[in-house]
Each structure stands twice: as structure tokens, then as C-alpha cells.
Design a protein around this ligand. Structure first.
Ligand code: DX5
Ligand code: ZN
Length: 220
């Protein structure tokens, strides 16, 4: 699965920018609050409008403090998957239950420096795991290959039946890095600058998908 990140799109033309990647599996929406991360992007009103403007399932990545309070609103607004950060969540199990009750998939994200192991029990309540491969906050950063060890560990937990998760990676994914991420066991690849800085974003999505699927070895 390929999830273009609209962080690298033209914010004044979001409906058109979504249409430009109509063949995508998910549309990745980065919500930043200038507290959890140093950057500020968009929030619930934009997600509500975007939901009405595209049929692509919305993948909301909440880089915000106090997701215990705010996350469920994104599910109620019709997001397909809502991801909160493990570093910010007070009660991640309760958040997951709220998200699912509101009809969304529940996602948990870990920053590059956050280990996987302490979160494995909590992940039994989640549908997706988003492994950050850059420090969250900005697009266009360099891929941190060392996070693939966490992807491999999560892949083993899924393949052995201990967890049931879609494994997602976010940050620095492009035609040069997607193959190693696919080999490590990623299911869903977020790509911002690699899609929206391309001449033809729709073709960039197709090219990334072809590379990922050629290098995926786990069963889907
Ligand atoms: C960064 C965001 C990413 C960002 C990725 O904090 O979570 O989704 O858009 O951008 P690229 O693909 O350019 O690294
Ligand atoms: Zn993101």
C-alpha cells in the first residue's frame, strides 16, 4: 500500500492534490500542533473538508499532545485510520477502543528513538503500527535505515501470530529507500516529497508501488 502525504502538497489546492493521487491506497494527513513537534499544520476542520472532497481513505497521523482528548474526533470525522504517538498517549488502550468504537482503525506510532518492546502488549489493541523513519515534524528528511530493525521485529510478531497489525513506515521513503523497507516487512509506505515533488504524482505512486511489491517477501 502507498499513502502519499499531503504535507508536501499545495495546501491551497488539497482537493486537486488528492485527485492527483487517485490510485493511492490511503491519503496520509499529518496533523501537527507545534507542541508535540515543532511544526504546525492542520486540524479537524481540514480533515472534515478533505473527507468530503476525496474517496481515498484518510490516514490521519496525529503528531499532537493529548491525543487522549483529540484523537476520537478524527475517527468521528470519517478518517479510515487514526494514528497517535506512543510518546504522547496517556492511556493508549483506551484511545484504541475509542477509535474502533467510532469506526476507524487504531494506529500507534513510535519515533525513531522509541523502542518497540515496551509497546508490544498495547499493540494487541491496535490495527496499525507506524514506525517513524525520520524525526517527526518535517517532510523531505533523510531516511533512517536503523529503524528497520524495529520493522523486522514487528514483522516477526505479526508473522508468528502474536500481533495482527498493518506495518506502516513514514519518513524519507523514495525510490532509493522503499526496497529495503519492503524487504524488512512494511505493508504501507508513506511518501510525501517523493510523490508531490514529482512531475506526475500519480505516476510516482505507481512507481513506488511497483518497487515495493517487487521487494516484498512476507505473505499479504
Ligand atoms: C513527518 C511526517 C511525514 C512526512 C514525510 O513528520 O510524518 O508524513 O510527510 O515526508 P517525506 O516522505 O518527504 O519524508
Ligand atoms: Zn506522517
Amino acid at each position: 500500500m502507498i499513502a502519499p502525504s499531503i504535507l508536501s502538497a499545495d495546501f491551497a489546492r488539497l482537493a486537486d492534490e488528492a485527485a492527483a493521487v487517485a490510485g493511492s491506497d490511503w491519503l496520509h494527513v499529518d496533523v501537527m500542533d507545534a507542541h508535540f513537534v515543532p511544526n504546525l499544520t492542520l486540524g479537524l476542520p481540514v480533515v472534515t473538508s478533505l473527507r468530503a472532497a476525496t474517496d481515498i481513505p484518510l490516514d490521519c497521523h496525529l503528531m499532537i499532545d493529548d491525543p487522549d482528548r483529540w484523537a476520537v474526533g478524527y475517527a468521528e470525522a470519517g478518517a479510515h485510520n487514526v494514528t497517535v504517538h506512543a510518546e504522547a498517549a496517556e492511556d493508549p488502550v483506551a484511545i484504541a477502543k475509542d477509535l474502533r468504537a467510532a469506526g476507524a482503525l487504531a494506529g500507534l506510532s513510535i519515533k525513531p528513538g522509541t523502542p518497540l518492546e515496551p509497546h508490544v502488549e498495547v499493540l494487541k489493541h491496535y490495527d496499525t503500527l507506524l514506525v517513524m523513519s525520520v524525526e517527526p515534524g518535517f517532510g523531505g528528511q533523510r531516511f533512517m535505515v536503523e529503524v528497520l530493525d524495529k520493522v523486522r521485529a514487528a514483522r516477526r510478531l505479526v508473522d508468528t501470530g502474536h500481533l495482527k497489525l498493518i506495518l506502516e513506515i513514514d519518513g524519507g521513503i523514495n525510490a532509493d529507500t522503499i526496497e529495503q523497507a519492503a524487504e524488512a516487512g512494511v505493508d504501507c509506505f508513506v511518501a510525501g516529497s517523493a510523490v508531490y515533488d514529482a512531475e506526475d504524482p500519480g505516476r510516482a505512486v505507481e512507481a513506488l508501488r511497483a518497487l515495493a511489491s517487487a521487494h516484498t517477501t512476507h505473505l499479504r
